[in-house]
Design a protein around this ligand. Structure first.
Ligand code: NAP
Length: 284
């Protein structure tokens, strides 16, 4: 590892896309700081990586942990960060009426406020290195559908943050890329299924019954959709960090393209289609 080795920070690197990205970038010769929340996740990641990957304990909702991460990376690099990959994120699905406000706050705190807090704290280091910011959004950052009001709100926000910062940081030579990611085969599906069971168990059965078509639609149409491996997303993130001209937006996987195309349809047509798919010919 030399003075010129590029340094990147990947948040949420314990599993899924973040883990695959940290390992891919490590394999490509970057000095990788891998954000995790548990010591043992950092050790597990280290065991799969080259000797130079460094786990970093950082919950994106913990201001002190973010400040410690900035100080450590600043010290170890002499003051520059070539890439920040904002990947850490939660999912929350279900009809809004059935979702606890505490869970809504938690999701927005991680997916939106946490991402903003981490980014603002690392801007000086990114500016110093004329680095790159890569935000992991979702097809639901372009297309909001029933059952996803909270998650989609967070990913539309990520899209907006990327668009805003792209011009705000351009004068400093810092680029901003937004990843629109379709379905990826990670632990997230398990987490969604567990969460749905929790939400359903806590709901008034009469109210739950009102939303039966949404649950049936998810089981019928969404659960079994093919996903792409997280390594595929990692490749795109690696490209966004290395290519001479990073794109403003990357669509990753067929699901992302499909959602982008649906988002471009006239609203009346798209919502008519969606309504029919959810409720058959029931009158609105
Ligand atoms: N999988 C998909 O189909 C898909 C599609 C589109 C977009 N995405 C986005 O891709 C990103 C990664 O998702 P994934 O599928 O890889 O899910 P995942 O396997 O559940 O990984 C989520 C990561 O975020 C971390 N995290 C959660 N809360 C955190 C917090 N407060 N502070 C720091 N880290 C935190 C988790 O750490 P712990 O292990 O400590 O909880 C984990 O490392 C998310 O932003 C997600 O919205 C995923």
């Amino acid at each position: 590892m030399t003075e010129n080795t590029k340094t990147v920070l990947v948040t949420g690197a314990s599993t899924g896309i973040g883990k695959a990205t940290a390992l891919a970038l490590d394999g490509n010769g970057y000095r990788v700081f891998a954000g995790v929340r548990k010591e043992e996740d950092g050790q597990a990641l280290k065991a799969e990586a080259s000797g130079s990957l460094k786990p970093l304990l950082m919950d994106v909702t913990d201001d002190d942990a973010i400040a410690r991460a900035v100080a450590r990376i600043g010290e170890e690099t002499g003051g520059g960060l070539s890439g920040l990959v904002n990947n850490a994120g939660l999912s929350l699905n279900g009809p809004l009426e059935l979702l606890p406000v505490s869970e809504i706050r938690k999701l927005l705190e991680v997916n939106v406020v946490g991402l903003l807090a981490v980014t603002r704290s690392f801007i000086p280091l990114l500016r110093e290195a004329e680095g790159r910011l890569v935000n992991v959004s979702s097809g639901h950052g372009l297309l909001a559908i029933p059952d996803k009001s909270v998650y989609a709100a967070s990913k539309f926000a990520v899209q907006a943050i990327s668009d805003s910062l792209r011009l705000e940081l351009r004068p400093f030579g810092v680029s901003v890329s937004n990843l629109v990611v379709g379905k990826v085969d990670t632990a997230v599906l398990e987490k969604i299924l567990e969460e749905r069971e929790r939400v359903a168990a806590a709901a008034d059965p009469a109210v739950l019954e009102l939303y039966a078509p949404l649950f049936e639609f998810f089981d019928r149409e969404v659960k079994g959709l093919p996903g792409i491996p997280p390594e595929r997303v990692a490749e795109v993130i690696a490209e966004a960090l290395a290519t001479p001209k990073p794109k403003a937006q990357y669509l990753v996987g067929p699901g992302a393209r499909k959602m982008r195309n649906l988002s471009r349809l006239p609203r009346w047509f798209r919502e008519g289609m969606m309504y029919k798919a959810l409720y058959g010919r029931r009158k609105s």
